[in-house]
Design a protein around this ligand. Structure first.
Ligand code: GLP
Length: 244
């Protein structure tokens, strides 16, 4: 019905997956969780942190990989995704191991190596079990803007003017202050995950949701790649369903 219910549903889904993993035959390897930034997941992070503090859910056996990071923003910049993740999530967990947190380094001098190493590290864990994501109004997942290959891997991305304008709300409403490039997992990196859970809320995402599930599969809407995934889940609210 609304944002709060969407977030509770998604948080419960993730928690149940982690608990089932830790009680199952693969409990000796970590659960590998892909994570997004943005306003959409904030309610999910709050609920997961609440569960963790209440002793209902442990993150001790969870390894995380974030989707993306702005190029050129240091950790301490309050709009870096490193800062966002610690401020909104990791700092609120009682048993998350810092060495299990993976976020692309936006200050790297060698983006090609940084991204290749990230892919290799994901592969070293046997891939991602569950990738949670958000979506841009133009249907981008992570920073895979329209016309990014649906087979793309982690790499350097140019941001569209539209995305810089949308994200300028976090940069004093000045699109010029939004970095023009980012490091991002690829569409292929996301769709290689065993499950993908995408959060889509609000009326401004209604066209993107329609393109995701009812449009033709196309690199125009990179979210449409989910149509070919056997374990793709959309958690959305009523407002986002306006164009279905
Ligand atoms: C940014 C991120 C995306 C995110 C999108 C939507 O562009 N790179 O991963 O999905 O914003 O953000 P929001 O959830 O704030 O609408």
């Amino acid at each position: 019905d609304n944002y709060e219910k969407m977030c509770l549903w998604a948080a419960n889904y993730i928690a149940n997956r982690i608990k089932a993993h830790n009680a199952g035959p693969e409990k000796d390897r970590p659960f590998v969780l892909g994570l997004p930034t943005g306003s959409s997941p904030i309610g999910v992070y709050k609920e997961l942190a609440r569960m963790n503090k209440a002793g209902e859910l442990s993150f001790a056996n969870v390894v995380t990989f974030n989707m993306d990071e702005y190029l050129g923003l240091p950790h301490e910049h309050d709009q870096s995704y490193w800062y966002f993740m610690h401020d909104n999530f990791f700092n609120h967990l009682v048993d998350m191991k810092p060495e299990n947190i993976n976020i692309l380094n936006g200050m790297t001098k060698d983006p090609v190596k940084e991204c290749a190493d990230y892919e290799a590290k994901i592969a070293s864990y046997g891939g991602i079990d569950l990738f949670m994501g958000g979506i841009g109004v133009d249907g981008h997942i992570a920073f895979n803007e329209p016309f990014t290959s649906l087979a793309s891997r982690t790499g350097l991305r140019n941001l569209t003017t539209d995305t810089r304008i949308v994200n300028s709300r976090f940069f004093g409403n000045d699109p010029e202050k939004v970095p023009s490039q980012a490091l991002s997992v690829g569409v292929g990196t996301v769709t290689d995950s065993k499950e993908v859970l995408i959060l889509i809320n609000g009326h401004n995402k209604a066209r993107a949701l329609a393109a995701t599930v009812e449009g033709g599969m196309s690199h125009k809407w990179t979210c449409s790649a989910l149509q070919m995934h056997n374990g793709a889940i959309i958690a959305c609210d009523e407002a986002a369903c306006g164009e279905l």
